[in-house]
Design a protein. Structure first.
Length: 425
């Protein structure tokens, strides 16, 4: 069958790698793709994913059977609606379902309505700033402020000072994140350790995929600015059988049932950002697609045919399927451009790919040019490895990171270090 994958990052490269392995895949197109995705299919340039008509026309001209949408923005903007109207099966929810990520307020209301454990919150606009200040005063620090809409991963602030929180709230409501922060959700801070749980659903049945823990801060020891993710580990040692049973019963099942009760059709991934609060799972947020860099550890950990699962989603028969997961640990280390997440160069020549052995390279911000592969983004390339345990997997990734060279390269050397105490138990 013919498959169209939307996106250009490390997540899409990992999905392309997995899709290309399926005997069901005849042709794989990636729109627009990057230097890595071209190894697994045909990159499609010159079409913007926001141009729904052009995407639909491309899919129809090339006999595409399934479209897999990688990033959230096209889903929030209704790409799946346009594809569905043209009778093209899509992995990714229509805009109504995508509002789970597109609006923090919508997501919180959904959780409260369906009794899904989450932090106490209230939503505010410029019309009730005084009430917002009073709510902040009722909370203990740190204070969590979230832009209601999509803000390119930058719309969440965690602040320890009350006066700073009040000031930042006013800046957000005044357009700090554009229209995304015209409404601000203020939440009670949850104390614990984060993880990501991924669900594939056809709207009625679901499969829980391998969970992962990612590392957002640019600096070692989880310091410095937030990034799109500096690495990830799967499985997560503090998410054992008992904890994951709680996740399924208290969160996954009520979420899928809640979508049905609210008449929200949903076909695709649900990414549940969780906090493990002393053994109790609490939802931080929903995303309506796979995470990045988590996809780069989840896909190598899945031994099942992902395209077979996608077909089952499209045909409403996911209940007939199960998933086989590797017994190994997968770890990824993200190499980024110097200066990221601030200003950084593009166009730096990359070398050393031929020396890599025992790891999988998932390109993120790369581009193929006449002079070779060059950097084309802040997060440049993910080096993922499978091993019998975390240390073995990380050892492979770090050894191969040394082979990949480009000007100003940077990576964290402490991915997974915080998990050592859990493995020793």
């Amino acid at each position: 069958m013919n498959i169209l994958l939307i996106g250009s990052g490390g997540r899409e490269c990992a999905l392309a790698w997995k899709i290309a392995q399926s005997p069901l895949t005849e042709n794989l197109y990636i729109l627009p793709g990057n230097a890595g995705t071209g190894e697994y299919g045909v990159n499609v340039e010159g079409i913007n994913a926001s141009d729904h008509e052009s995407v639909v026309n491309f899919a129809q001209r090339h006999g595409v059977d399934i479209v897999v949408v990688g990033p959230e923005e096209p889903l929030v903007n209704g790409l799946a609606d346009a594809l569905s109207a043209a009778n093209i099966k899509t992995i990714g929810p229509k805009s109504k379902g995508a509002t789970l990520e597109g609006s923090k307020q919508f997501a919180k209301e959904f959780m409260i309505r369906h009794h899904i454990p989450t932090a106490r919150y209230e939503s505010f606009t410029t019309t009730n700033v005084d009430k917002a200040d009073a709510f902040l005063e009722s909370l203990r620090p740190p204070y969590v402020l979230k832009a209601d809409g999509l803000a390119a991963g930058k719309g969440v602030l965690i602040l320890n000072d009350l006066a700073e929180a009040k000031s930042e709230l006013k800046q957000m409501l005044s357009g700090k994140f554009g229209t995304a922060s015209s409404t601000v959700v203020i939440e009670e801070y949850l104390s614990g350790i984060e993880l990501s749980v991924f669900v594939l659903t056809d709207g009625k049945s679901y499969i829980i995929m391998p969970e992962a823990k990612d590392y957002k801060r640019i600096g070692e020891g989880d310091t410095g600015l937030n990034t799109g993710g500096m690495g990830a580990v799967s499985p997560v040692p503090f998410a054992g059988t008992e904890f994951m049973k709680k996740v399924e019963e208290r969160i996954v099942k009520p979420t899928v049932i809640g979508l049905q009760k609210d008449n929200i059709p949903y076909k695709g991934f649900i990414f549940i950002g969780l906090m493990n609060c002393n053994g109790e799972p609490m939802v931080i947020e929903y995303n309506v697609r796979m995470g990045d860099p988590e996809t780069e550890v989840v896909m190598p950990s899945i031994e099942s045919d992902i395209v077979d699962l996608f077909c089952a989603v499209g045909e409403n028969r996911l209940s007939e399927k199960s998933i086989v997961v590797s017994n190994n640990t997968c770890c990824t280390v993200m190499m980024v451009a110097g200066g990221y997440p601030g200003s950084y160069n593009k166009g730096d020549l990359m070398t050393g790919f031929e020396k890599v052995n025992g790891s999988i390279l998932f390109h993120a911000g790369t581009k193929l040019t006449d002079k070779g592969v060059v950097t084309n983004g802040g997060r440049v390339i993910a080096v993922s490895s499978l091993g019998a345990n975390k240390d073995e997997a990380l050892s492979k990734s770090y050894a191969n990171v040394e082979h990949i060279q480009y000007s100003g390269r940077y990576f964290r050397r402490d991915i997974g270090k915080d998990l050592d105490k859990y493995y020793q138990k």
